[in-house]
Design a protein around this ligand. Structure first.
Ligand code: CP
Length: 310
């Protein structure tokens, strides 16, 4: 079975092909008749151990638009609450013969672990601070549609890079596609391996945003900061919160992005989040399309036959 566990392992042609498929899915989603039969008869299970608005609902809609039967496992009312392990929960669901399992979990590597234990395709919908590949793909699609390309653009990723699977997946994808990536954060919110991530590290928004084509603000993930240094919110907003004044350093037509959910007034001001340069709602729309493209690609019978021929 084929899986999407991370951007790591995808080649630039793989990424381009998924983005092209997603462009076609945008067109389908904009029709009044949105349902296709690409995954008719297939079963998709969404297994979210962490909260989600965008990712879970867009995976559900994506599956339904492809004609699949979609089941959302309600972890909060499941036997996980009685102490069942991740692997036991997944193997139990696997026995019901799904074709695709979409998982979000707080542990890095959870999706990869399940892919070895189940007999279906697995999609990583976010594993701890590791990867969130469909987010990076939807961000790339948003950028490509607005700017016509990804290669050669300067992208500033600002804020809590340390805890961000979104940042990790975006850095991998943007570098693979030839963008120039900067991360802008206080040193306390940078991962220890940032030197190996092929990014320019900037400590001030003025330097980091200078001439940027894309400015991506990240949510300050306070729920992952237990025991670690937690910056004062007021101080953080003052130095790293994206507002009209700081955005002036970027190009006049720079895109403003945020993966959501936003802490308005912390990492981004409402004026900017809702302003003319913001593509935050486009990102959400592209999320459905990218998830359609990914699931269709994983379960594409032509590809399955090709793989079986090998
Ligand atoms: N961007 C993102 O993953 O949002 P949700 O947590 O709402 O799914």
């Amino acid at each position: 079975h084929r899986h999407l566990l991370g951007i790591q392992g995808l080649t630039p042609p793989d990424i381009e092909t998924l983005l092209d498929r997603a462009d076609a899915a945008v067109a389908i989603s904009r029709q009044s008749q949105k349902k296709t039969s690409a995954l008719r008869g297939r079963t998709q299970i969404n297994l979210f151990f962490e909260a989600s608005t965008r990712t879970q609902s867009s995976f559900e809609l994506a599956g339904k638009r492809l004609g699949a039967d979609v089941m959302n496992m309600s972890v909060a009312s499941s036997s996980v609450k009685k102490g069942e392990t991740l692997v036991d929960t997944a193997t139990t669901l696997n026995a019901m013969r799904p074709d695709i399992l979409v998982i979000r979990h707080s542990s890095a590597g959870a999706a990869a672990l399940l892919s070895q234990k189940v007999d279906c395709s697995v999609v990583n919908a976010g594993d701890g601070a590791h990867e969130h590949p469909t987010q990076a793909l939807l961000d790339a699609l948003t950028i490509r549609r607005a700017k016509g390309r990804i290669g050669g653009l300067t992208v500033a990723i600002c804020g809590d890079v340390l805890h961000s699977r979104v940042a990790r997946s975006n850095i991998l994808l943007l570098n693979a596609m030839g963008a120039r990536v900067r991360v802008v954060a206080p040193s306390t919110l940078l991962p220890t391996d940032v030197d190996q991530m092929s990014v320019e590290v900037m400590q001030s928004m003025a330097d980091g945003l200078k001439g940027a084509d894309v400015v991506m603000a990240l949510r300050l993930q306070r729920e992952r900061m237990a025991g670690a240094f937690v910056p004062s919110i007021r101080e953080y907003a003052r130095y790293y919160g994206l507002d009209a004044e700081k955005l002036k350093a970027a190009k006049d037509d720079a895109l403003v992005m945020h993966p959501g959910p936003m802490n308005r007034g912390v990492e981004i001001s409402s004026e900017i989040a809702d302003g003319p340069q913001s593509v935050i709602q486009e990102q959400v729309e592209m999320g459905v399309a990218v998830r359609m493209a990914v699931m269709e690609a994983l379960l594409d019978p032509r590809r399955e036959n090709k793989d079986a021929d090998r």
